[in-house]
Design a protein around this ligand. Structure first.
Ligand SMILES: [Zn+2]
Length: 177
C-alpha cells in the first residue's frame, strides 16, 4: 500500500507542478501520526501523510488527503493563506479535494480510556481517550480535586465501548492503574 501511495503522490505532484512550478521544491514524506491524516509544513516545504492513515483508509480517501495538503501549499504560495480559509477552499475544490478541514476518514482508536471511578457509588465517568497508559496514574487526581487521587483508572477502549453500549457489565471491566 505504501508503495502505491508513494507512486500516487509522485503522480499528483508531477501533474500539479506543471501548473504550479514552485511545488517542485516540496518534499512529500510519511510519518506515524495517530490523530491526523496529513500535515503541510509551510516553512519546511514539506507534506507528510500518516502511515496509520494509509493503513486504515481507501486509496480514494488518501488521495483526497494528498490533494488537501497540496492545496495548503498552493494557497500559501499564491495568497499567503494558512489554515482552511477562503483561498484554501477555492484551491482545494480546483484540485478536486473535498474542501473540508477534516475529511471523514478512519483513524485508529486510542487503545485506552481514562476514567474516574467513585469509591462510594462505584460509578464511572469517562474522562478522555488515551493512546498511552500513564504509569504514574495512581498519583493523579481530577483537576482541583486532590481527594480523588488514586481514583483514576485506564480501561481498554473496546471494553469500555461494550460497557457503554450495555453489552458488558461493570464487573467485567478491568480497571488498570
Ligand atoms: Zn488542512
Amino acid at each position: 500500500m505504501l508503495e502505491a501511495v508513494k507512486q500516487l503522490t509522485k503522480e499528483i505532484q508531477g501533474q500539479l507542478t506543471e501548473q504550479y512550478p514552485f511545488l517542485s521544491q516540496w518534499d512529500i514524506g510519511f510519518d506515524n501520526a495517530k490523530k491526523r491524516a496529513g500535515i503541510c509544513r509551510i516553512n519546511e516545504k514539506k507534506i507528510a501523510i500518516s502511515r496509520n492513515h494509509i493503513n486504515n483508509n481507501s486509496i480514494e480517501t488518501i488521495e483526497d488527503t494528498i490533494r488537501h495538503e497540496f492545496a495548503h501549499a498552493i494557497a500559501y504560495h499564491l495568497y499567503g493563506e494558512t489554515g482552511h480559509g477562503k483561498s484554501w477552499k477555492k484551491v482545494a475544490i480546483q484540485l478536486g479535494a473535498k474542501a473540508r478541514a477534516r475529511a471523514s476518514f478512519n483513524l485508529p482508536k486510542a487503545p485506552w480510556v481514562l476514567v474516574h471511578r467513585c469509591p462510594e457509588t462505584q460509578s464511572i465517568k469517562l474522562l478522555s481517550e488515551r493512546f498511552r497508559r500513564n504509569k504514574k496514574i495512581k498519583n493523579y487526581f481530577l483537576s482541583g480535586q486532590p481527594d480523588t487521587k488514586g481514583e483514576l483508572y485506564f480501561i481498554k477502549h473496546t471494553d469500555y465501548l461494550e460497557f457503554a453500549q450495555g453489552k458488558r457489565k461493570q464487573k467485567a471491566l478491568n480497571f488498570l492503574q
